[in-house]
Ligand binder design. Sequence first.
Ligand code: HEM
Length: 493
Amino acid sequence: VRRARKRVGNQPGRTFFLAAANILANFFPRVKYINTGLNWGFLEKHDIFAKHGQDVLSLTGIYPYPQVDILLADAGAVKEVTTCRARFPKPIEQYGVLGFFGGNIIVSEGNRWKKYRKISAPAFSDRNNKLVWEEAAQITEDMIEEIWHNGEIVHVNNFLEVTLPIALFVIGVAGFGKRMSWEDEEIPEDHSMTLKQALHVVTTDFIVRILLPNWALSLTRRFRLVRESFDELKQYMNEMIKERRNAPNLIRHDLFSNFIEANDDDGRAVLDEDEIVGNIFMFLVAGHETTAHTLCFTFALLALYPDEQEKVFRQINSLMPRGRKPSYNEMPNFTYSMAVFYETLRMFPPVNFIPKSAAEDTSLSTTNNNGQPTTLPIPKGTNVTILVPALHYNPRYWKDPHSFKPQRFLEDWPRDAFLPFSAGPRACIGRKFFETEGIAILITLVSKYKISVKEEPQFAHETFEERKARVLKTTTGFTLCPVRVPLTFTRRR
Ligand code: HEM
């Protein structure tokens, strides 16, 4: 251990028995000195860095062999790591489980990654974002009509149960060209569930499938349902691939079509079937949970801070008087709504860790605890992990980081210290997709309803701080997740 620590210049930090990259280290609550613990990156935020007075720390693991990782909360070092893709590539072996379905954009590097990125890029064009905008607004309006029956007061026990299907329906139509409805659908012949049901289980219980061995998936009803949903989804996808290939004149611009129709100069298919399925699965997983959780945290914060909600409403109302529907081109005008999303993403970034690894013996520039510039040696193979919550709560970049202040994003803000979508060439390809979807949903709901935390008798006497802690309580699976957000929607007059 001493030797391993010396190689990174004896950078101060924490030591645990289990290496942080070990999935078990993060899957169970923390046991002192043994493991980093469930949700530790979000729970600690910037605290460990503040304790050491530095924004670059070491994280030492002893088992299975002594290993020292580097943790970053320094915006300059983060910029260096995210922009130099060749020097700091993704440690794709750490994402091993995500390759479960087939090679895909998240778990690849080099030429293979470039190929997937090039094929998917056209689906994130303005033309498709316009579709995202229209569909997201329509799906939300349909929900208000068909599920809420245009109610005057609507109580929702957990708002995540609303945002998960909305995000699924949007990615379904914009990603697959498959429109899903709030009504129950008929199960087609040769299937045991609808595509909507299979997608819902796969995207919410994805983590169960990748963490458990095959034999364990027959142990409980829930696990069996997860296995069945994966099999069903794969069958649906294979049918959809066949269907599209048999209809070559069907012109579409969604993700699914891009992957199926990707050909080389000689007209040969560039991707095999496993790669098509692997990528589609990955886009679903990457785009669904992150979006649904962020929307849920956003509405929770608006319910807790009615003054901020009022500011959002006032701007929406001034831009769309008498319920006029705004077009996609008008999206940049909704600046306060966007500021609310950014502040939510700063406080609750769905992706807490962005791992990279050194491809060569190199170094990183940072500052020591006297605030002087210093250079840290980074030997080849060292894992360098960006701790997003630590960066987002670093008081060096964000004044009063624990307070919800959307206004800060309407002033001059530190762009290099805001990393919910990562940065550089491996940044999120779906950022605009999410922003478009989020604003369309937010303005549809906030223009019609006032949002508050649902009153429940068992919490009648809690203080504001207790209520805030309860409503904003988090856990983590694949991404940071709200535990339960009970809300009440009251029609605006
Ligand atoms: C709030 C919403 C979202 C957040 C916070 C988010 C965050 C991120 C982050 C942090 C990464 C980098 C991950 C890493 O380096 O390991 C990433 C990559 C990615 N995201 Fe998102 N994402 C969001 C929405 C979406 C959506 C809607 C889609 C697709 C429809 C999407 C598709 C992807 C893909 C394919 C990648 C891999 C890009 C590459 O490696 O080239 N994301 N996202």
